[in-house]
Design a protein around this ligand. Sequence first.
Ligand code: FE
Ligand code: FE
Ligand code: ZN
Length: 275
Amino acid sequence: MYIGCHLTIAGGYKKAAELALSVGANVFQFFSRNPRGSSSKELDIHDVSEMKKILKDNEFGPLLAHAPYILNLASYKENTYGLGKRILKEDYEKMNKISIPYFTFHPGNHVGKGSEYGVTRIADALNEIITGNETTILLLETMSGKGTEVGHTFEEIRGIMDRINHDELVGVCLDTCHVYSAGLDIVNDLDGVLEKFDDIIGMEKLKAIHLNDSMMEFDSRKDRHAKIGEGTIGLEAIKNIINHPSLKDLPFYLETPNELDGYKKEIETLKGIRE
Ligand code: FE
Ligand code: FE
Ligand code: ZN
């Protein structure tokens, strides 16, 4: 199985791959730049190729980059919208340059303008960013629906995708904590949720899973990740998720509140309950 966690690339790409190995991971996620700021470091191609060697030698699965949280591609404010597009485009180019297969981002917040406005605004931005010559697939992350978050229903995700010119370069990253908070019952009706996903979006669009437990109750519309087995989703449901025929071959990335040793334990636990 492909299982890993979020790791820092502050020490470089090679270092991140070594960290992954040290926790027993064979995939990992990293921020495409400082998650809250907007400064971007120059690429060290040598460092990247050192990382690639480690990934190849250890049969890693696809790496996943995550865009900074500050982006809001649904914003009606031109400066916020412009900055979001500029950052996502810059990082998308960078991820393509180093052949990272997947790049996920939070679709955006419509801040009162309504879901349809947000959906269209996000799609317009993506159409400016994606030229069609890329290989990295941009992933829309499923959101919990806190505030005016766009992307907490499969219909909104579909709505964005429907408006994309190069839709072959757009997929979905499903976050287990977020969908549960958004009112999709992956604990009691995983099959039903996945059928719904398939009907509305299409299972072939699902490329990555953010594997998180949740501190919040079902349908809370709140986004608080919990350690695996310590939240409202629970270990039994997590076990069903990682072994589900439609999901088991996808890469799983932990974003649980852990340091390295905590991730190591969770990865061990998950490998232990993998069928
Ligand atoms: Fe995220
Ligand atoms: Fe996530
Ligand atoms: Zn979250």
